[in-house]
Design a protein around this ligand. Structure first.
Ligand SMILES: Nc1ncnc2c1ncn2[C@@H]1O[C@H](COP(=O)(O)OP(=O)(O)OP(=O)(O)O)[C@@H](O)[C@H]1O
Length: 270
């Protein structure tokens, strides 16, 4: 299965927020989208999800334009974790996660759905809170319960039919997570790719991007600036040209293994 943007763009009030992006996201691969604030990363992800119709070009999934799929078929093929997912209703965590499969797996019985939801809450480290009200969560917990919900959407659809799960689209999924939960969340995303699903993650932390992604796409001023494996993309030239960090303020180290980024010229250093 493949998810492709074909010259897809989004223009508003005479400004190209995303300009003619052409990208292929492959099943079994994890792609990180990086770039400065306002570069167009979230907009690109929303275009890829089909939630935002492009003003030019189109988006294809599984060999057909994304607009051709019914909402149930599309829900089975891709799920999106937004940067901020509001919670207004009162549900238990288990009920909220189980709802993730309502559209993508409409024929699954409630008991199986609730059982899968329980397993997902365990995987995101929230099993102890299964019956708690979702309104009573911390920011990090709320972000992880929504991750469980979108995983539910794809895994319920693939449950018992031998098909690989669809595309998991994650917009800054570790922004509210502590170090060990950053590791947990990105490992869950990697596991999804290893199970044959596709993963596209918008992420600011370049070290995590280098550690977990097979492929990195760099966005800059609404356009794709570069793409490739981490060791090719994460360079000192990128730090200065895209992030505007001149004079070696950070250093990208590309040794024999994965590249990593270190702050260098800090004012507090002697
Ligand atoms: N509806 C809109 N009307 C006008 N401008 C918009 C609209 N939606 C987004 N933008 C602008 O488009 C640009 C890209 O937004 P987007 O959210 O895609 O950036 P991003 O790369 O995800 O940024 P960040 O890293 O800060 O989350 C921003 O400058 C934003 O202000």
């Amino acid at each position: 299965m493949k998810l492709s943007l074909r010259n897809a763009g989004w223009r508003v009030r005479g400004q190209d927020i995303v300009h003619e992006a052409s990208l292929n996201f492959e099943a079994g691969q994890m792609t990180a989208i990086i770039g400065p604030n306002g570069a167009g990363k979230s907009t690109l992800l929303r275009l890829a999800s089909g939630l935002l119709p492009p003003t030019s070009g189109d988006v294809w999934i599984d060999g057909a334009p994304i607009t051709r799929f019914s909402s149930a078929c599309l829900a089975a093929r891709r799920a999106m974790l937004m940067q901020d997912s509001p919670l207004r209703a009162q549900f238990s965590l288990r009920e909220l996660v189980a709802m993730g499969g309502r559209i993508s797996a409409p024929f699954m019985s409630t008991s199986v759905r609730l059982e899968l939801a329980g397993q997902l809450l365990e995987r995101v480290g929230l099993a102890a809170f299964s019956e708690r009200d979702v309104m009573d969560l911390s920011g990090g917990e709320r972000q992880r319960v929504h991750l469980a919900r979108v995983l539910m959407q794809l895994e319920a659809a693939a449950h018992g039919n031998g098909r690989p799960p669809g595309f998991l689209l994650l917009d800054e999924p570790i922004s509210a997570q502590d170090l060990s939960r950053q590791h947990l969340v990105l490992n869950l995303a990697r596991a999804h790719a290893l199970a044959g699903g596709g993963v596209v993650v918008v992420i600011h932390d370049l070290n995590w991007a280098a550690a977990c992604a097979d492929h990195i796409v760099v966005m800059h001023e609404g356009a794709i600036y570069a793409q490739g494996p981490p060791e090719q993309v994460l360079t000192n030239a990128l730090a200065s040209h895209v992030f505007g960090l001149e004079d070696g303020r950070v250093r990208m180290h590309v040794g024999s293994g994965k590249p990593y980024v270190l702050p260098h010229d800090m004012m507090c250093q002697s």
